[in-house]
Design a binder for this molecule. Structure first.
Ligand code: AMP
Length: 216
């Protein structure tokens, strides 16, 4: 099964993608995580991506598409995958459609997690991330067991540069201008479905599973 997660930054795409990945045993491919891992390892790709990410802007399409097409060719993607944070522009979606066409396949589901902007802003200011292992938390909705400490690896949590309020505003603007048109794109492709992302994450997950045809 090949799934795409759509929705504004902070809508909960990553959380749902992780749950779906565990449920279906397919890899979660997050372009944001791949960029962050490259930044941490100080690679050329990381240096390039950081200059855009810190401003709340998108990394250029060519760089991002090449990276994703390479990743999808790996062995663990044979039975499907869940793309979290890609595509984010029409040219990215077109590149993905073309790459899949070559192997005679297509995306099965594009899941749009709908959340109003104001809720996003409130959520993101409380988000905390682990700089070492990438785990994410929320001070109110999903706190770590020890304040400001990662449950998974014990590192001190941080507010990501791109989760700071001024960057969030910019990311929302970029989302509305460049990513929202994908909702139409996948609607026309006949594989879109939307869920109300303001509900509790367990409820959102249940609705997604129902739609994906699972009996929970
Ligand atoms: P995320 O963790 O998915 O919110 O991504 C964090 C940042 O990484 C974004 O604000 C972009 O700067 C960059 N990024 C992630 N995915 C993409 C993509 N598909 N295209 C361009 N930039 C991306």
């Amino acid at each position: 099964m090949k799934i795409i997660m759509l929705g504004a930054p902070g809508a909960g795409k990553g959380t749902q993608a992780k749950l779906i990945s565990e449920e279906y045993g397919i890899p979660q491919i997050s372009t944001g995580d791949i960029f962050r891992a490259n930044i941490k390892n100080n690679t050329e790709l990381g240096k390039k991506a950081k200059s855009y990410m810190d401003q709340g802007l998108l990394v250029p399409d060519q760089v991002t598409c090449d990276l994703v097409v390479d990743r999808l060719a790996q062995d663990d993607c044979k039975n499907g995958y869940i793309l979290d944070g890609f595509p984010r522009t029409i040219p990215q979606a077109e590149a993905l459609t073309e790459a899949l066409k070559k192997s005679g396949t297509a995306i099965d589901y594009a899941i749009d997690v709908e959340v109003p902007d104001q809720v996003i802003v409130d959520r993101m200011s409380g988000r905390r991330a682990c700089p070492d292992c990438g785990a994410t938390y929320h001070v109110k909705f999903n706190p770590p067991s020890r304040e400001e400490i990662c449950d998974a690896c014990g590192a001190r949590l941080v507010l990501r540069e791109d989760d700071k309020p001024e960057t969030v505003q910019k990311r929302l603007e970029v989302y509305h201008n460049q990513t929202q048109p994908l909702i139409d794109y996948y609607q026309k492709a006949g594989c879109l479905f939307s869920v109300d992302g303001t509900e509790h994450m367990d409820m959102v997950f249940m609705k997604i599973c129902q739609k994906l045809g699972m009996d929970r």
